[in-house]
Design a protein around this ligand. Structure first.
Ligand code: IMP
Ligand code: MG
Length: 177
């Protein structure tokens, strides 16, 4: 285990189970649909990579980048950095996130993508932190619900570090105090 980690919350084998379970649901729910999977950079990258390898449908993928954290652990103003390239009009859209906390990011993203007239929009998130909600939002597909702790690894960062850890862990408090 990495020295800056207090505790592993979601292990590599749990991640494997989660991606298998969610991909199976998605394969069933989107059979015969035109699915566009949109990953939220940068945090959703490892999760999206593992998830799409288990999706057996003819999907298209794209990315969006909106940033909210600037080297801290509390939410700040949103900056839209990258728009999608694919046309999603009349398509079924599945947004992939690493974590839903306040839900402010995804609420803005949903509002933004709605103007492109997709047929449907749903969210798949590896982690859900419902105690952090400031706006109401329930992702359709949730990997695991976690307590209100600051977590890192498997895409999640603190000050851009730790994204490459193969598991999700709780960062030692002394690392951000
Ligand atoms: P929200 O808008 O508060 O739901 O935040 C969503 C984004 O904040 C996520 O995509 C993450 O980039 C970041 N975030 C929220 N909680 C954590 C955390 O515990 N660790 C690392 N990043 C987080
Ligand atoms: Mg993110």
């Amino acid at each position: 285990m990495h020295n800056d980690i207090k505790e592993i919350l979601v292990s590599e084998s749990q991640i494997e189970e989660i991606t298998t379970r969610l991909a199976t649901q998605i394969n069933n729910d989107y059979a015969n649909k035109e699915l566009v999977i949109i990953g939220m950079l940068k945090g959703a990258l490892p999760f999206m990579t593992d998830l799409i390898k288990k999706i057996t449908l003819p999907i298209k993928i794209d990315f969006m980048q909106v940033s909210s954290y600037h080297g801290g652990t509390t939410s700040e103003e949103l900056i839209f950095k990258k728009d999608i390239d694919e046309v999603i009009e009349n398509k079924d859209v599945l947004i992939v996130e690493d974590i839903v906390d306040t839900a402010k990011t995804l609420t803005s993203v949903l509002e933004f993508l709605k103007s492109k007239s997709p047929n449907s929009m749903q969210i798949v998130t590896l982690l859900d932190k419902p105690e952090g909600r400031l706006v109401e939002l329930t992702p359709k597909y949730i990997g695991v619900t976690i307590p209100k702790e600051f977590v890192i690894g498997y895409g999640l960062d603190f000050d851009e570090l730790y994204r490459n850890l193969p598991y999700v862990g709780i960062l030692k408090e002394e690392k951000y105090k």
